[in-house]
Design a protein around this ligand. Structure first.
Ligand code: GDP
Length: 367
């Protein structure tokens, strides 16, 4: 029988197959006398948090544990993927604990976007989804924007208690924690681990003071994220790295815009008008006549219209149509994980197509 090895740091069962899952260690490391998983290795030698993903079951156990503890919950979402990065059950678990809602990647917003509108929309959406946030913050974990304000708010709201940082994968949670570690660094041994009852792994903590700790919880995979439908190599195409540059299209009725092969917007009726697209600068936008759109998609997905790549087409979900009649002026049609299109004047009928499972909705324009 095969021997099962455990990490001597956190006790997790070791595996050499999947670097993004817990317990990973390179096969070569198994020869060593003291074997630890890559996550513990990075933590020990670089004071660096590496994100791991968890099964839904273990994640629920952690959420349960948070509900039974006293502490502040800091929930991170990606402002370009608010719905895709939402943790649906969280509000049922937080108990009486305060939640700070943090929108990350604010560096990508075009200058013309009004941050207070985004904050108000996040508050309202959170409430509609059942979560009452004590406060909402916008940050860029990558560029450092808003970090000090958030750190100060965490200090104020936590009231001497522990802090739990939660978020699904890809929202930038590890980038955020690593930035916090830098802010606190200088002190020795600021990182601790703590076994969470019933789960297979330790939570990693940063000591805040003698008695309180900020815990990084593992990122959970949310299957509604657009990111799961594209190849890893194409992730950089859909997740922008730089401030988004709006692209304006003058459209006639019955014209269609394709966003690679990932989404499609049919402009059905409402006269000739301009639509402004706020998506990653690297996404190829292709315009065609509505009557030709179905054929174009059927025949050119994976080539002219990509991502997805040709070799992925078997797994790529079919696009689902959602119809919107825009009655208010200045409305954003939001494609979760991709960006949005602004319609300036009321009276437009559009149909937005997204992969099955991905969110699409309208909101008052941020611009
Ligand atoms: P995690 O899975 O939540 O831990 O997310 P990561 O920290 O690994 O980040 C996911 C992706 O988002 C990476 O490609 C990061 O470079 C990117 N990212 C994280 N924070 C920011 C940010 O503030 N702005 C931008 N533009 N990208 C970010």
């Amino acid at each position: 029988t095969e021997e099962v090895l455990h990490c001597m740091g956190c006790g997790v069962e070791l595996q050499t197959e999947n670097p993004s899952e817990i317990g990973y260690t390179p096969a070569s490391a198994l020869e060593k006398e003291f074997v630890i998983c890559q996550r513990c290795f990075r933590l020990k030698h670089y004071n660096e948090i590496q994100d791991v993903s968890l099964t839904d079951d273990d994640f629920l156990k952690i959420l349960n544990g948070i509900g039974q503890s006293r502490g502040l919950v800091v929930k991170i979402v990606d402002i370009f993927d608010f719905n895709g990065s939402w943790l649906p059950g969280l509000h049922r678990f937080v108990g009486n604990n305060d939640v700070l809602l943090v929108g990350n990647k604010v560096d990508l917003l075009p200058k013309s976007a009004k941050k207070n509108k985004l904050v108000n929309w996040m508050k309202k959406s959170a409430k509609d989804l059942g979560l009452r946030a004590a406060d909402v913050f916008l940050i860029s974990a990558d560029k450092g924007q808003g970090i000090q304000e958030l750190a100060a708010a965490i200090e104020e709201y936590r009231n001497g208690q522990d802090v739990y940082v939660v978020g699904c994968t890809n929202v930038g949670k590890s980038t955020f924690i690593n930035r916090l570690i830098k802010e606190f660094s200088g002190e020795q041994d600021i990182i601790t681990t703590s076994q969470y009852p019933g789960t297979t792994l330790d939570l990693i903590g940063i000591s805040l003071d003698e008695t309180a700790t900020l815990y990084d919880t593992p990122g959970i995979i949310n299957h509604h994220q657009m990111a799961h439908y594209v190849d890893k190599r194409d992730l950089k195409i859909i997740s922008p790295k730089k401030e988004i540059k709006p692209k304006i299209y003058q459209l006639n009725e019955a014209q269609t815009l394709f966003f690679g092969g990932l989404a499609r917007l049919d402009y059905v009726s409402g006269g000739k008008r301009a639509l402004t697209c706020y998506v990653s600068n690297d996404i190829n936008i292709h315009r065609t006549k509505l009557e030709k759109a179905d054929d174009l998609y059927a025949n050119h997905l994976g080539e002219l219209l990509q991502p997805p790549r040709q070799e992925q087409l078997d797994e790529f979900p079919p696009l689902v149509a959602h119809e919107f009649n825009i009655k208010e002026g200045k409305t954003d049609i939001v494609f979760s994980g991709l960006g949005w299109v602004t319609v300036n004047e009321p009276g437009a009928k559009v149909v937005a197509h997204v992969p099955q499972g991905v969110g699409v909705f309208v909101r008052e324009s941020l611009i």
